[in-house]
Write a protein that binds this ligand. Sequence first.
Ligand code: SAH
Length: 506
Amino acid sequence: MSGETAKPSPGPVYLVGAGPGDPGLLTARALELIAEADVILYDRLIPSSALEGARPDAELLFVGKQGGGPSVPQDQTQELMIQRAQEGKSVLRLKGGDPFVFGRGGEEALALRELGIPFEIVPGVTAGVAASAYAGIPVTHRGLSTAVALITGATEKQAQPDWRALAAFPGTLVFYMGIGSLSQIAAGLIAAGRPARQPVAVVENGTLPRQRVLTATLADIAERAEQEQIKAPAITIVGEVAQLAGELEWRREGLLHGRTVAVTRARAQASGLARRLAELGAEVIQAPAIRIEPLPGPPLDPSPYDLICLTSPNGVDALFDRLAAGGRDARSLSGARIAAIGPGTAAALASHGIRADVVPPRFVAESLAQSLRDLKIERALIARAAEARDVLPDALRAQGAAVDVLPLYETVAQPLPQQTLQAAANADYITFTSSSTVRFFVQSAGRTAENAQGLLSPSTRIVSIGPVTSQTLRDHGLPPHVEAHPHDIDGLVEALLAQARGQADA
Ligand code: SAH
């Protein structure tokens, strides 16, 4: 190894709370740090979209519990964190809820302090308070409770709690990690003097679309939770405030409440669709079967063209990269008319300061070609994916234009873990937003067009974004149940909702 002198100064390490699950409860500071970090060590109970804003080259290390299995041991996690920090990387340790509330953040901070590695703590919204609030339960309430205690319910791992002290606590008791020991908790509290008729609420998957709230009394909560098969993560709220759950219930159940929807488009593009679906109450299964890879190429000089066609938001971003590579910006496009295939592409252009001159009424190449029919075009540039249909170039050439096709990016397969594939194949709905999502999803499942039939569960509804994707689906023996109108994300969400309403009425 080389000398000690070149060692970068480590840290700071950020110990950050990610909130209880609803991505809206991530703090502004957490989002800022996620966007900057070189390395992110994250737990299981963080919002599923929390890492979307991470740098594409960031190292993302999962250190939580896999399924019901064992967690990465705490000392191994700390070792990783310290090692990366000592390499001079900016390290973010992202935890569910608040890092200092049953999050072992204190231990990690002590280990860092011991080694002289600077750290910063970013508090998070803790589950005990947030899940209560999402269930309509104020943990303190004038006249009902003047104090709140946060308690670990993981009794088996440590000495029996002091039931007498807990029962005598003058306020609300909020138990974390208590589902496995609910009957001991209830019995312990009753034996030590809490009234058996005291209200109790259990909030499972608090703040998430699949949140469930169960209210009962100390006497029967354990039995009820067993009946309802309540599972972790859940918090248990013991106290008079729990009776407000019914009265203050405020979350509207979205139309897709309780439904699972698989999203197969590239992770980088899926966030808008995933967020819309989650807002409607769906549980979103991210199954990105494709990934967008920019193609290398020389800087672009757009001056020879009097028409430039963009066929996707990816193409727009890549086009501006190629312009920038030659020291150019949006001004260099002033000599050309700009056509966008649909509103998503037009919006991507707008974010670069360009208003598209042409957006066709239907968002497919045929419609764009139609919209350009009456223009006098000498030389056109079509900036697009490596693999795409030739409808547009052919149509423009037929109009007498010289056409250059510039492949800017390619869509490549993103292998999916077995677990993800299975979840997607059994979802209530699966969405396909391009032909490549169909092809690569099928490929990822180890199938081909010939034997893709039966890949999805018979109850899974297939939602297609438009006619081209639908044809690809049919070619794979997976005819869509619904097709979006218009052929964009809004249309897709609408189509899915219509299908869900239809099923609800049926
Ligand atoms: N640091 C976290 C708690 C980690 S301990 C925080 O501040 O919230 C893990 C326990 O937190 C779970 O067993 C469960 O009791 C609780 N928990 C975490 N997320 C939850 C959620 N979305 N809904 C209900 N309880 C949750």
